[in-house]
Design a protein around this ligand. Structure first.
Ligand code: S3P
Length: 431
């Protein structure tokens, strides 16, 4: 194994870490601030490749976005009806959140736009947003009968409110509909099979949009303008913290404190599952940041046992399954993950990727149609592994390598999609 792509074993992890800002909240804050009439300062913005795709798209729509090196972003919005027609295709890069949420937002604009993305994004399903937005009266079409991007959006005469039962729990689909609902002539109600992350609901409330929630349904009333806060403070990303939570749990003799982490209950499924497995994680000083709960997390190494994770839990840990699979390899007994077929349409097919790559390291992982079965052997060997240019696969394999005999990755750069500085933080924690 050669060069800087090699991750070596870690003896123990120690330290206090502030993980970067939340990806989901960073996207939403720039979009909503771009629709506001007053200056909004976004603090602790995640300047990762995905969120910078959103910034570039909003700029192309006429919004002034000034990204400062201290993590603050000044956004001077154009108002709900003030965006201008982009003079080129909007490139969402690798970001599903950018393309899906902006499709909803642009469906209500009186201008023509085209959204596209990289090779991975152009293979991800788009019919799931085209169908409900079309029911609202939006005029959008995509490649291959609207299954894929590029997606072209024409001005619609008007949008109408709908009642929509989502076939899959997806915050991106829910949020696309919610953004379009801002421009509808009547309220819209979306119902999910299971509750996905509710950041859009919370941030709409922060921007003065009336949002009514009842169990698995959310209703949005159209508004004529947003009432924006002067500051949006983005908490640390729980999904980034997840890699340290698992690493410090399975690497013996570790103790790490993660400060200012978002602990919205629609995101913290991994915390509950790891605790069920026997992890030693304390939630300290829980407080609020805007509409979002935030806390510090202290994690110490612990012996784990296998668990079963099923459908209703999946939306609460959708992005954490690759690293949960790594934790499961270090647990005593079998772990079953079911109802996770959505992982097949992420940046890559994450069920296949994790099963293949952990097997190269000697892990006993069986791929199922909708999940994984993992036998906890506690032992992996070093191997050369592929990341499939998927940031979360790369970071999960890094944790596996640090907890065992090391790993060599074909591509480390992809972590910049959601967690720039990941390798530096992991190195800095080596005891
Ligand atoms: C996200 C929603 C999830 C998640 C993604 C971010 C969001 O996607 O996997 O990383 O910001 O709304 P789905 O809605 O497709 O499950």
């Amino acid at each position: 194994m050669t060069g800087g792509r090699v991750i070596t074993p870690a003896r123990a992890l120690r330290g206090t870490v502030a993980v970067p800002g939340d990806k989901s909240l960073s996207h939403r804050s720039i979009m909503l601030a771009g629709l506001a009439d007053t200056l909004v300062m976004v603090k602790n913005f995640l300047a990762s490749a995905d969120c910078l795709s959103t910034v570039a798209c909003m700029r192309a729509l006429g919004v002034s976005v000034n990204v400062r090196s201290n993590g603050e972003v000044a956004v001077r919005g154009k108002g709900l009806y003030g965006l201008s027609e982009p003079d080129n295709v909007l490139d969402a890069g690798n970001s599903g959140t950018t393309i899906r949420l902006l499709s909803g937002l642009l469906a209500g604009q009186p201008c023509f736009s085209v959204l596209t993305g990289d090779d991975s994004l152009r293979r991800r399903p788009m019919a799931r947003i085209v169908t409900p937005l079309t029911q609202m009266g939006a005029k959008l079409v995509g490649r291959e009968n609207s299954r894929y991007a590029p997606v072209a959006i024409e001005p619609a005469a008007s949008l109408r409110g709908i009642r929509y039962d989502m076939p899959v729990a997806s915050a991106q689909v829910k949020s696309a509909i919610m953004f379009a609902s801002l421009y509808a002539s009547s309220p819209t109600t979306v119902t999910e099979p299971y509750l996905s992350r509710d950041h859009t609901e919370r941030m709409f409330a922060q921007f003065g949009v009336p949002v009514f929630r009842e169990e698995l349904s959310v209703t949005v009333n159209p508004v004529s303008s947003l009432q924006a806060p002067a500051v949006v403070d983005v908490p640390g990303d729980f999904s980034s913290a997840a890699f340290l939570l698992v690493a410090a749990t399975i690497i013996p003799d570790s103790e790490v404190v993660l400060t200012n982490v978002g602990v919205n209950p629609t995101r913290t499924g991994l915390l509950d599952v790891l605790r069920d497995m026997g992890a030693d994680i304390e939630v300290l000083s829980q407080r609020s940041s805007g509409e979002e709960p935030v806390a510090d997390l202290r994690v110490r190494s612990a012996a784990l046992r296998g668990v079963s994770v099923s459908s209703e839990m999946i939306p609460r840990l959708i992005d954490e399954i690759p690293v949960l699979a790594v934790a499961a390899l270090f647990a005593r007994g079998r772990t079953r993950i079911e109802g996770a077929e959505e992982l097949r349409v992420k940046e890559t097919d994450r069920l296949r990727a994790m099963a293949c790559e952990l097997a190269r390291m000697g892990g006993d992982v069986t791929e199922r149609r909708d999940g994984l079965i993992i036998e906890g052997t506690g032992k992996l060997h070093s191997a050369e592994c592929l990341t499939y240019a998927d940031h979360r696969v790369a970071m999960a394999l890094t944790v596996a390598g640090m907890a065992s005999e090391g790993v060599c990755l074909d591509d480390r750069g992809c972590v910049a999609i959601s967690f720039p500085g990941f390798f530096e933080i992991m190195e800095g924690c080596r005891a």
